[in-house]
Design a protein around this ligand. Sequence first.
Ligand code: TYD
Length: 212
Amino acid sequence: MIGHFITFEGIEGSGKTTQAKKAEEYLKTLGHLVLRTYEPGATRVGELIRQILLEKNDNPILLHPITELLLFSADRTQHLREVILPALVQGITVLCDRYIDSTTAYQGGGRGVNFELISQVHKTATLGIYPTRTYLLDLPVEVGLQRISERGNALDRLEEEDVEFHKRIRDCFLYIAHQNPQRVMVIDATQSEDEIALIIQNDLRELCQRED
Ligand code: TYD
């Protein structure tokens, strides 16, 4: 049996990582084998690529938007073949913090890379393996950016971009959801962590029953 492939998407500060952890705990209580992972940087090659993409320093690397697209996609290729696919074929449920929709939203919506090119690159990088369910944690950009500034960590190359950049990303995520209503569930991420976790749990339970 092939495992479920579930992704968590959203702008900065939307709470994806918290919700992926909660979903992992919940699925384990149902007896599922679960692997929680993330992009970029979940493999050794990915760690190196992540340094180029997100390194925080006073002299950030200048990347052409297409270079950025290809680096995120290179990370994905390696991640898919080394981590995601081997888990799925063993029947393990994979929960992934960001995947293709982040590329479409950030490099397409944010940076303006051609969507057709992005979709071609996705085909190669993913071998056509797309999630069966995506939780899009949606909230106003100002709220997300406020949350990350309160964390007090230095901001990376992408977090540092202006509000308009992040608004284009949010709009693009919502557009992706609109285009893929069967796969993408939009969740109002201004709700409490527990409320959001409950919505996801109810959906996961239904998803597992449907496909078991
Ligand atoms: P990260 O530090 O992993 O944290 P978070 O996912 O919680 O934001 O940041 C990853 C950054 O990379 C984030 O700003 C989104 C960006 N990103 C892209 O621009 N394109 C992509 O394809 C992916 C996977 C991420």
